[in-house]
Design a protein around this ligand. Structure first.
Ligand SMILES: NC(=O)c1ccc[n+]([C@@H]2O[C@H](COP(=O)([O-])OP(=O)(O)OC[C@H]3O[C@@H](n4cnc5c(N)ncnc54)[C@H](O)[C@@H]3O)[C@@H](O)[C@H]2O)c1
Length: 381
């Protein structure tokens, strides 16, 4: 089986998810390629202990990403560092000739995103993608298949959401994701926005304009050192856009909600598509349930389908067994490696986010910031 040797730069929460996915690659019996983790970089040495304990094949542990990039054996890098470092590290990885899976938002702002894309365009031999795993849930994949078949007919409305609630607790300490200097001006949009853009962008539903309402609900938090610090990042964002349905040639309302303060919600990602011929709904709150309404005239009835392991990339798990977050990470990585080696995604909605799609998200989020500042609808350019 072909192997791709990987390094991880930024070995925190998401770095561990990738390492764990590598450790259970045997779950994917039909993959003709496998990742091998040979190098890990994190500036915090304490983070590396878990890797030392669990991955004896890792040959390089370092706090300096340049050292990892100098390792000739490393062919590809997963980079999961705070947003203020994306431009510097992603361009260094690409310039070193390593394939890159970068984390969202793929640059702290539009300028940083453009720098990364220029670098990627100048190194066409390097495969570059952005992480976004939630569309790999089986129900979301089924929705993708329905979009590909134009099963919805003319699109009436599409609603996408990604909802968290732990920030409801005002005693939650400020971390880098709540600091503008490190997380960026986009706030919750930079952190959560790509997740709600992935499916609509892949469908070709590109926002023409946006009216954004951004909320800064908790303005101060414990600083983790016994004091208090201002928390200036946007907690919640609601974007109402007009998008073009390329099949019907008509505009429709597209909403994108990213909330860090959505009472009761814990990493709830979902999509609702209302169409003239069919409609569908899915939320990770009830990860097995796909709701579909097919309209042929006559009764309008929602069907409730239990989805099991109907994954894009076949797994060894029994077909009736439930799917979860770490399964979606495994599927996303299968998609990355499949496209890297085959030169095309397995199918339209089983492909990772492209650099061009990250550029669209930055155009939208930049317009959303202006919309909030001016209380106006802004053309997404
Ligand atoms: N796809 C997803 O579902 C998802 C979920 C959470 C976070 N993310 C994204 O992943 C990225 C990282 O987030 P996280 O939650 O893993 O953060 P984290 O804080 O858990 O991990 C980041 C790691 O980067 C390390 N680091 C910082 N500067 C470094 C440097 N110069 N060189 C090497 N290492 C350095 C830190 O020590 C830390 O261990 C962000 O872009 C974030 O938006 C994606």
């Amino acid at each position: 089986m072909k192997k791709v040797r990987f390094g991880i730069i930024g070995a925190g929460l998401m770095g561990r998810e990738f390492a764990s996915a590598i450790a259970r690659w045997a779950h994917l019996p039909e993959m003709l390629v496998r990742p091998e983790l040979t190098a890990v970089c994190d500036k915090n040495p304490a983070v590396l202990a878990w890797y030392r304990q669990n991955f004896p094949a890792i040959r390089c542990f370092t706090a300096d990403y340049r050292e990892l990039l100098a390792e000739a054996s490393v062919e590809a890098v997963y980079c999961a560092v705070p947003h203020n470092l994306h431009a510097e590290l992603y361009t260094a990885i690409i310039q070193a000739g390593k394939h890159l899976m970068g984390e969202k938002p793929f640059g702290i702002d539009q300028r940083a995103n453009r720098t990364i894309l220029e670098c990627a365009n100048a190194h066409g031999n390097v495969f570059v993608r952005c992480s976004s795993e939630l569309p790999f849930y089986p129900a979301a994949q089924r929705i993708g298949d329905l979009i590909e078949k134009n099963a919805f007919g003319q699109i009436i409305e599409v609603n996408n959401f990604f909802l968290h609630s732990s920030d409801l607790d005002p005693a939650k300490a400020l971390n880098w994701k709540r600091q503008i200097e490190i997380n960026g001006e986009y706030g919750c949009l930079g952190d959560l926005g790509m997740h709600v853009c992935h499916v609509p962008f892949r469908a070709g539903w590109i926002p023409k304009n946006v009216r954004a309402i951004l909320s800064d609900i908790v303005k101060e938090r414990p600083d983790g050192r016994g004091g208090r610090a201002p928390c200036r990042t946007w907690d919640n964002a609601t974007l109402l856009c007009e998008a073009l349905d390329p099949v019907a040639g008509a505009l429709f309302p597209l909403t994108l909600k990213t909330h860090r303060i959505a009472p009761g919600e814990k990493n709830t990602w979902g999509i609702e598509i209302l169409g003239a011929k069919a409609s569908a709904r899915f939320s990770t709150k009830n990860p097995k349930l796909l709701q579909v309404l097919e309209y042929h005239g006559g009764e309008q009835a929602w069907q409730h389908l239990d989805m099991g392991q109907e994954t894009a990339f076949k797994t060894i798990t029994g077909g009736i067994f439930e799917f979860g977050f770490s399964d979606s990470i495994l599927q996303m990585w299968a998609a990355f490696l499949y496209e890297l080696t085959e030169g095309r995604p397995l199918k339209k909605f089983a492909g990772c986010v492209t650099p061009q799609e990250t550029a669209l998200s930055h155009a939208l989020f930049t317009a959303a910031l202006r919309s909030q500042a001016e209380r106006q609808t802004i053309v997404v350019g």
